[in-house]
Design a protein around this ligand. Structure first.
Ligand code: BMA
Length: 831
């Protein structure tokens, strides 16, 4: 097999649809892989779609058609040689022409395509890809098959293009068009490996088993009897041969089994290491190698336990027989312009997940099946991947052309991704079962298909046939055994729950109303970091009612929900700078509140997947890491709440308890010290109790009566400490505390790679944070949201290559705490 990428010499030309004068008939150099938007941006013909109100100004692009064109030289096919033109991704409605002959038409960005061009290839070749408006095609298909209910204005459910291309409650309405994944020529003789499927499991005795199933495509007329498949596994040390084998290809297929006694097992982060074996597969004809394929695999078993119990039905992920508390976040495309997401960018995001103590990312169904680089990053670091099939927040027609596209896409991606040990769960889609039950679709559907056939039949059949080693769930949320008009898909006692009452309707304290079995979505909004916000908005637009700010706040009544969510908990400031900090902080508090509650209910609650880890542009959203890759205060709160060992004070059955949450393999025992502290450091009551939480378990320790309530809830906090883990529990809402607005003093000095800011509290200070990105856009701190008791200090390291004035790191608006918000509004106790 000889491969030549075709990424050079491309141009982009406008080919239809009403566009502004400067775009009409334009021809610009094009980047492949890429998109029309990024090419036009590069050519200086459109403004940056992510800034100000440019998104609105670019709405014309929804209906534009484009032509990508290149020429290339090639050797015409030799006798017996086959030449294929392979596209890994076309976005979306494409007509492909080689030397004036139409090769095919496509309308699914989630599939790979391959065309036999043996007879067409010449010395000089011209390749064109005509891209038609995906929105126009979606509208056409919707009219043909009959409209189906969907969220948001455009019928994204009628076309196999990333749903959030059409706008979402955190994403811009910019429909890209382009050749979004690599394109190449492949020349081969006799035969090639068309599909390699490793089924990787672990036997009861610890033997690792890789069953390698191979499909071979044979060039027309070529004999296949001498063609054989060899497979070899190299141990994680990179040198030792772990197993090998060789078999003949019969009827285009070959299967062999590689057994590795006492295999080193792959584990999620926090449970063990991530050893990976190199699997190399070679197709040979006698001694001549025809084609090869290699991937890193990992030995592990994945099961999701959905067992009836006295509460309802569990949903617990087990890896290698060990039940896991899933500490997760939902993943959306990391840049709306997908081709900007490099392997390094994926790695940075997955590193942030690991650094925040996560062990799972869920790829949400309105996005894409990501590049292999994403799953590689998760394989190497031990992040379990839960992959949605790409259907979200809509009813999907089960008619043609949609059914066949979904089947082809499912087959293609199940096979493409199955070598990755991190891939644990396939899921039918996002909120489509729930939408059918509760979102008023049924009168509109009037008996028409809505997608159940995909979730209940097609996807499980495809997985049973191609990759039965992963868990499958019909939808998120769902209750195991869900059937339309049967069990409600969002029942907290059965299977998966999306908790969206909080944020949309009720205060975050209501997270405690339920102890769901597994929460696969919940979250709370906050604005992006200041550096990201100010990159996107002009200074004049830096207030929450500006039309530019509101274009970057897509949630219905988003600001209203932010303000209503803030008022019960923190002082509500008028000034925008203070409001920005307060709403970021409230986001962090809300999610931490939920996570500590959920973790305290392990093993009843067996997972939490925060909506959402990342953003795809600068926007106010639920994300922990904003669109410019900067961690928001929420990220630090998640890191704390997902720490292997936490203490959290919770009401439980009318008592106050300390939940000693131990997500490690060692028991966690010792003297749990409990004390009431006044704001200025006196300790009116304290008590020591013995605590012992077994491995991977939670112990609830009653708080003695004289510590369960405060003498003065506005002036005291409860401090619980076990070993080096401590938590500070408030007896009253933060807004009702008599916090001293001037409780902290700080000094800053240059330190390796940046600055150290040492902050000291004269009386209780909460949520001490250095918002260093306000001074230097590259600045990141190693900690945030620290509580300091009277007299305590903390040193925050600010990593930056810039040289801000150290004095600016020691005061507002950079050095922040929740005390500062009391200063901003003037606390009642001070009036
Ligand atoms: C759920 C998700 C997303 C959405 C989020 C926030 O519906 O599945 O569709 O962005 O809530 O509203």
């Amino acid at each position: 097999m000889e491969t030549t990428t075709l990424h050079e010499g491309w141009t982009l030309r406008h080919a239809g649809g009403e566009v502004p004068g400067e775009i009409d008939g334009v021809v610009v150099p094009a980047t492949v892989p890429g998109s029309a938007h990024t090419d036009l941006l590069e050519a200086g013909l459109i403004p940056d779609p992510y800034l100000g109100e440019n998104e609105t100004a670019l709405a014309w692009a929804h209906r534009a058609d484009w032509v990508y064109e290149t020429t290339f030289t090639a050797e015409p096919a030799a006798a017996g040689e086959r030449v294929d033109l392979a596209f890994d991704g076309l976005d979306t409605v494409a007509t492909i022409m080689l030397n004036g002959t139409e090769l095919g038409r496509t309308e699914n960005m989630h599939r790979r395509y391959r065309f036999d061009v043996t007879a067409l290839l010449a010395a000089e070749n011209s390749l064109t890809v005509h891209l038609h408006s995906a929105l126009a095609r979606a509208e056409e298909v919707a009219a043909e098959v009959g409209p189906r209910p969907h969220s948001y204005p455009h019928p994204f459910n009628a076309i196999r293009k990333m749903a959030c291309s059409f706008g979402w409650d955190w994403g811009p309405d910019l429909q890209t068009a382009g050749i979004w994944r690599p394109v190449r020529l492949e020349r081969w003789q006799t035969a090639r490996l068309s599909e390699v499927r490793p089924l990787v499991t672990v036997g009861p005795d610890g033997t690792g088993r890789a069953e390698v199933l191979v499909d071979v495509e044979t060039a027309a007329g070529a004999p296949s009897s001498a063609v054989r498949v060899r497979a070899a596994l190299t141990a994680p040390d990179g040198a030792t041969r772990a197993a090998d084998g060789e078999v003949a290809v019969r009827d285009g297929r070959a299967a062999l089994v590689l057994d590795v006694p006492d295999a080193e097992l792959w584990w999620p982060h926090g449970y063990g290491a991530q050893p990976r074996y190199d699997l190399a597969v070679t197709l040979v004809d006698g001694e001549q190698a025809l084609d090869d394929w290699s991937r890193k695999i990992g030995f592990r078993n994945v099961v999701v336990r959905t067992d009836p119990d006295e509460i309802g039905t569990s949903f617990t992920i087990e890896i290698n027989g060990t039940p896991i508390f899933a500490k997760g976040a939902n993943w959306i495309p990391d840049d709306h312009f997908l081709t900007r997401v490099t392997p390094d960018r994926y790695a940075r995001r997955v590193d942030q997940a690991i650094a925040a103590n996560m062990n799972l990312l869920r790829i949400w169904g309105g996005g894409v099946y990501e590049d292999d680089a994403f799953y590689d990053a998760c394989d190497a670091r031990g992040v379990l991947v839960w992959q949605d099939f790409l259907l979200a927040c809509a009813a999907y027609a089960e008619d043609e052309p949609i059914w066949s596209e979904l089947e082809a896409e499912a087959r293609d991606n199940v096979v493409r991704l199955m070598s990755h040990p991190s891939l644990a769960i396939w899921n039918g889609g996002n909120e489509n079962l729930w939408g059918f039950m509760d979102w008023g679709w049924q009168p509109e559907l009037d008996g028409a298909t809505w997608g159940y056939g995909y979730y209940h039949e097609l996807f499980p059949q495809v997985l049973a046939e191609l990759d039965p080693t992963r868990a499958y769930v019909e939808g998120s949320p769902t209750s195991p055994g869900f059937a339309p008009w049967g069990k409600h898909p969002n029942d907290p006692d059965h299977g998966l729950k999306h908790e969206w009452q909080v944020w949309n309707q009720v205060d975050y304290s209501h997270y405690r109303d339920e102890a769901p079995r597994f929460v696969s979505e919940f979250g709370f909004q906050g604005p992006p970091t200041w550096a990201t916000l100010t990159r996107a908005l002009d200074p004049d637009d830096l207030h929450k009612e500006s039309s530019a700010f509101l274009l970057h706040q897509k949630a219905p009544d988003g600001n209203g929900k932010l303000d209503r969510g803030l008022a019960p908990h923190l002082p509500v400031p008028e000034d925008f700078t203070d409001w920005h900090w307060a709403t970021q902080l409230n986001q962090a508090h809300a999610v931490r509140f939920a996570l500590e509650h959920y973790r305290s209910h392990w093993p009843r609650t067996a997972g939490a997947i925060v909506w959402q880890i990342n953003d795809c542009w600068p926007v106010t959203s639920w994300a922990a890491v904003d669109g410019d890759e900067r961690p928001k205060p929420l990220w630090y709160a998640m890191r704390a709440a997902y720490a292997p060992r936490i203490l959290t004070v919770q009401p439980r059955d009318g008592r106050l308890v300390v939940a000693v949450v131990n997500d490690t393999d060692q028991p966690w025992s010792g003297v749990l010290s409990l004390s009431r502290h006044t704001l200025d450091g006196a300790v009116p009551a304290s008590s020591d109790v013995t605590a012992e939480a077994g491995p991977r378990s939670v112990e609830l320790v009653d708080v003695p009566a004289d510590l369960a309530t405060a003498g003065d809830p506005a002036r005291e906090v409860l401090v619980a400490a076990l070993g080096d883990v401590r938590t500070v529990h408030l007896y009253a809402e933060n807004k009702d505390l008599a916090l001293d607005p001037d409780a902290v003093t700080a000094t800053a000095a240059p330190a390796s790679g940046g600055y150290d800011v040492t902050i000291t509290a004269t009386s209780l200070a909460l949520d001490v944070t250095v918002l260093a990105d306000r001074l230097a856009p590259d600045a990141v701190t190693d900690r945030a949201l620290d509580p300091l008791l009277a007299g305590e200090s903390v040193t925050v390291h600010v990593a930056t290559a810039a040289a801000p004035d150290p004095g600016d790191l020691t005061g507002a608006p950079v050095l922040r705490s929740s005390n500062a918000l009391h200063a901003a509004v003037g606390h009642p106790s001070k009036l």
